[in-house]
Design a protein around this ligand. Structure first.
Ligand code: ADA
Length: 571
């Protein structure tokens, strides 16, 4: 399943998870555009690097299965939670869709796929090169495969593509700005009635006519709803069931979950539902020693149990949009999320940059809009925010985010510090600092923060005066099992000392409203690349737990600080 809950009662949905035929381009024994011979089977969702012999395979591979068509539905809609990093879809040998970037959902719609079995082939490419700006050699790993769940949906001639629900706090009551996007695969205009149920409350949009092959967005604000607000302490969710009626018959439907919470920036504070909010937690890569990036929902839950055991209330989805099921769990459990579109120190000058970052940003916001756990959108981690040229790209992406969603604050994680030229463009200033790892010693952390805050608030020139600050990355590496009395770098002891001092300083500054430790778990990085190959195990070893979620000494240190903050609350 794409989500942790069923999204349709009327629309037929079939999970495509399971064993597919598989062959790498390197192993193909036949010619032709698509293979007819396959060497093995591969599970969907999974990363092919988890298969012995494919640990380092970077290139193209093909996955194939059959799917049923239907004479009673206008089209088959294939929905992929994530294909890493480029997927090209063929049905019965005909190309029907293509998508770049592993970290956002996408769909391919096939009109008139009649009764009987049809061949579905997905060509997957995880190669690096001039075709890929966002996926490249990096301090995390680009896996290969259909790495998130996939579904076949049978849709009517007009179907509901997406729902956008924006809550607005009005004292003790709430309004709900509701937008419903319809798509038509028909050849003639079609009339439909549109209605929705918010739990038991009926929200009626009336009748619409959708142009052939077109899209139609209908919007309405439902006022004065007496509902319970959402917060981490009380994560109250509501099922929103949108339906399209053709006459008296419900022809299509879509269920999403919504909640009522308001996030605001006021001076140097974050406010949730009008009350001050402080955030303490982690950067978390979607990476696991057993599963690569294709983390099953059970293992996602283990991560969240560990995070909650430490007392964390905050997760930054470094450096890309996350699996919708993980965001669903954050909604359900009450975990605050910073979600960012896909970029870790990418080339803003590349000819494909704007197209690829715009797609990642737009798809992230359009598919994840209704998750109440997402409090802020971010972008362009440690990119060129200290040049005029770079500023133009930051302006482009931040404006795009605001245009897609004016209800959430925006930020980016900067490592350009006093040279930053883009802090006037954000609502929240976020800094990545490693004063005790790439810098000198833990004692350097406090004076460095003093210096930065004086610069930030001391002059209008910084662009960030009077804004809230999040310490978006800080930490140190600790090799799991490396225990040394003299506490040198790379020992678990040194990592614990750095986090102890970092949290003592960063969590006790009123101007700092949030902290995100780098990082929750050790993660795989690009092998062989000159820059990253120097890291022990070709891993980023700054996790508080290792890639198998085995806790290091720092775990109990972090737990002490976070649990104290949880007791104190957001005061
Ligand atoms: C940067 C980057 C992270 C990671 C970190 C580190 O801050 O944003 O992705 O690479 O450095 O471990 O050095």
């Amino acid at each position: 399943m794409l989500r942790t809950f069923e999204q349709h009662v009327i629309r037929p949905v079939m999970s495509l998870d399971g064993l597919w035929d598989f062959v790498t381009a390197a192993d193909r024994k036949d010619a032709g555009r698509l293979p007819k011979k396959f060497t093995r089977q591969l599970y969907v969702p999974s990363a092919w690097e988890t298969v012995p012999g494919l640990e380092h395979y970077r290139g193209t591979a093909f996955l194939r299965r059959t799917i049923p068509g239907s004479d009673h539905h206008a089209a088959a809609r294939l929905v992929f939670g994530g294909v890493s990093h480029t997927g090209t879809v063929y049905v019965d040998g005909k190309k029907v869709g293509r998508h770049y970037d592993a970290f956002t959902p996408w769909d391919a719609v096939v009109p008139n796929l009649g009764d009987g079995e049809h061949e579905l082939v997905v060509e997957v490419d995880n190669s690096f090169g001039e075709h890929s700006v966002l996926h490249k050699e990096n301090d995390y790993f680009t896996y290969g495969g259909i790495t998130r769940p996939a579904e076949l949906q049978l849709v009517d001639a007009v179907y509901i593509d997406k729902i956008f629900a924006a809550p607005i706090r009005r004292g003790k009551l709430w309004d709900l700005d509701l937008r419903i996007c319809l798509r038509s695969v028909a050849r003639q205009p079609l009339r439909r009635s549109v209605t929705a149920l918010l739990d038991e409350v009926e929200l009626n949009f009336g009748e619409v006519v959708v142009k052939p092959g077109g899209m139609l967005e209908i919007a309405k604000t439902f006022k004065g709803l007496r509902v319970s607000p959402w917060s981490a302490e009380k994560p109250r969710l509501y099922m929103l069931h949108a339906m399209l009626l053709d006459g008296e018959e419900v022809a299509d439907d879509l269920i999403d979950r919504v909640a009522f919470r308001e996030i605001q920036v006021r001076g140097k504070k974050l406010l949730l539902n009008g009350k001050p909010l402080r955030l303490w937690g982690y950067n978390r890569h979607e990476d696991h020693g057993h599963f690569g990036c294709a983390i099953p929902v059970e293992a996602m839950m283990t991560d969240l149990e560990l995070l909650r055991d430490m007392g964390a209330n905050f997760i930054r989805t470094c450096h890309y949009p996350n699996d919708m099921r993980f965001l669903d769990l954050c909604d359900e459990l009450g975990m605050y999320v910073w979600e960012e579109s896909h970029a870790r120190t990418v080339d803003l000058r590349h000819k494909l940059f704007r197209r690829q970052i715009a797609d990642s940003t737009t798809e992230m916001i359009e598919w994840h809009y209704n998750h109440p756990s997402i409090l802020m959108w971010a972008c362009l981690n440690e990119c060129e925010s200290d040049s005029r040229r770079g500023r133009r790209e930051f302006e482009y992406v931040l404006k795009l985010m605001k245009s897609l969603d004016p209800t959430r604050p925006v930020t980016f994680a900067s490592n350009r510090h006093v040279n930053d030229l883009c802090l006037d463009l954000v609502d929240i200033v976020s800094w990545n600092r490693y004063d005790a790892w790439y810098g000198t010693v833990p004692e350097a952390i406090a004076p460095k923060l003093d210096e930065m805050l004086k610069w930030l608030h001391g002059s209008k020139k910084s662009g960030g005066a009077g804004k809230p600050v999040i310490m978006s990355e800080f930490g140190a590496a600790g090799l799991y099992g490396c225990r040394m009395q003299r506490r040198p770098k790379w020992s678990e002891e040194y990592q614990a000392d750095v986090l102890d001092e970092s949290l003592r300083v960063y969590m006790n500054y009123p101007d700092v409203v949030g902290v995100a430790i780098w990082q929750f778990c050790d993660c795989r990085i690009t092998d062989g690349d000159k820059r990253w190959a120097t890291r022990p195990r070709t891993m980023n070893n700054k996790g508080t737990v290792d890639e198998y979620r085995r806790p290091k000494l720092a775990y109990e240190v972090v737990k002490k600080h976070f649990r104290r903050a949880a007791r104190r609350g957001s005061k």
